[in-house]
Ligand binder design. Structure first.
Ligand code: HEC
Length: 167
């Protein structure tokens, strides 16, 4: 029992050190890291070339879970498998459009856990070693291009207020 507490404390200290290190690291140093965010992320649902590329990325990498037509997995609202949630739809019936571009990008690239302060077992893959930043942006731009105009307009506003509050 004691040993377990000791190991847990060591682990906690280790995690805390890691968090402090990342927080205190000078900005230009952070930018040289491979996981660094590009300057700013903007989806381009009106760029036909990007959307066409994104459609291919989506069909190849995302459709198996999120559905060929962005419909998500049956039962996504109220069912769990091994305590984990099912893939939600990416059309306007889901909540993908509630999140600003940067969050969608970050979540797809580095995974849900990278965005949360505590571990959260989930079935969403981490794409940083599978897709380039441009491919992730293209897939998300394709997703946005499929939303009705009014949903896209609300999402533009979500992006604008997110950018304002960031500074
Ligand atoms: C192996 C199945 C699987 C694949 C493949 C997959 N996802 Fe997911 N995705 C999930 C699951 C499950 C969730 C919900 C996770 C949770 O909340 O626990 C999710 C959640 C998300 C969310 C958050 C949605 C929201 O409303 O909060 C985004 C964005 C997302 N996925 C994008 C993608 C993109 C883009 C791809 C392809 C590049 C992709 N996913 C491929 C399973 C998958």
């Amino acid at each position: 029992m004691r040993k377990k507490t000791l190991i847990l404390s060591a682990l906690a200290a280790f995690v805390l050190f890691g968090v402090l290190f990342v927080l205190l690291m000078p900005q230009d140093h952070a930018n040289t890291m491979s996981d660094a965010m590009p300057e700013s992320i903007t989806l381009t649902p009106d760029d036909r070339a990007v959307v066409a590329q994104g459609r291919l990325v989506y069909q190849g990498q995302c459709a198996s879970c999120h559905g060929d037509n962005l419909e998500g997995q049956v039962g996504w609202r109220d069912q769990l498998i091994d305590g984990k949630r099912l893939a939600p739809p990416h059309d306007e019936t889901g909540h993908t459009w509630h999140h600003p571009d940067e969050m969608l990008f970050q979540l797809t690239k580095n995974g849900i856990n990278a965005m949360l302060s505590k571990p959260y077992p989930n079935n969403m893959p981490v794409y940083k070693d599978i897709l380039s930043d441009a491919e992730i942006i293209a897939a998300l731009s394709y997703i946005k291009s499929q939303w009705p105009d009014e949903t896209q307009a609300i999402h533009d506003q979500i992006n604008a207020s997110y950018q304002q509050n960031k500074h």
